[in-house]
Design a protein around this ligand. Sequence first.
Ligand code: WQD
Length: 340
Amino acid sequence: MRILVTGGTGYIGSHTVVELQQGGFEVVIIDDLSNSYAGVVDNIEKITGVRPGFERIDLSCEEKVMDFFLRNNGISGVIHFAAFKAVGESVEQPLKYYRNNLLSLINVLKGMEMHGISPIVFSSSCTVYGQPDMLPVTENSPLKKAWSPYGHTKQVSEEIIANTASVTQINSILLRYFNPIGAHDSALIGELPIGIPNNLVPFITQTAIGKRECLSVFGNDYNTPDGTAVRDYIHVVDLAKAHVTAISRLMKSENRQKVEIFNIGTGNGFSVLEVIQSFERISGQKLNYRFAPRRPGDIEKVWADTALANHVLGWKTEKNLDDMMASAWKWEKSIRGKYE
Ligand code: WQD
């Protein structure tokens, strides 16, 4: 069973390639390396002993994507991660995001349609819900107007997939991630933010290791127990395993609709301060942080209702917050001095 993983040298993609290979799948990666490094392929091989196929292709180029599918006619399924994902950058450069994220998906779907490939697992995001009215948020919760072009590309991508599946052989599972954090136990792969991290956990570990001076906690006046914003943090390995479960479900035709949607979170919400306290607990060191104004575009609180993923998809998380923070800290220490 050969699976195409687009964006497979990225953070979630690389962890998913490892789990796919350890689940017996053959993998070929397409990535444009715009937000990752080719050396990730070497580290995947170090973990699993098997080198995945790799081609550096810009998926927004239709000709190159069609050529790939012509040369690789043994693809049984696709897991599509490839997309730009910096929320703030998407606000400043919307066309860059709409062009890349939507054209890449369209070209992959066209290649699948032309070659009779059915299963695709799509990397979606809880950002499609905006600030839910009710918590925990379920898959039937209304989608609100996206707070960024990035979030909008995820909403539009879901609709592109649904409308294409309804008139082709394509079947899809949309996984709506909450907040992926942490790293593989080997500390050979993990989150590699280029430049100043947007996300909380890499900023915490870079502050702790001395790369950053001080963590700014964006807002402590939210309507939450300690005033800081709440998110559903999920270990990236738990998230990767959900993709293996999902592609297997499609390949065995166990899906009940042409398009199925699952929230992939832990079902627990943690505040920024609770994440900091977890880090201090597992590392044994105090973190240097200060309270700062709220970050524009942030929602106050969100966590997942995971009943569908648990009982229909047959997947659930295994790692807790301390596990996640311990793996993130181990990873930060392992890359110290590299990737500058
Ligand atoms: C988490 C919390 C911040 C940095 C985004 C995307 C989502 C997904 C994950 C791609 C918030 C606070 C952060 C800092 C802070 N991306 N924070 N100081 O914004 O929930 O989700 O990334 O798929 O789609 O929307 O994640 O890690 O940026 O922020 O206080 O230096 O930490 O305000 O409350 P977010 P995040």
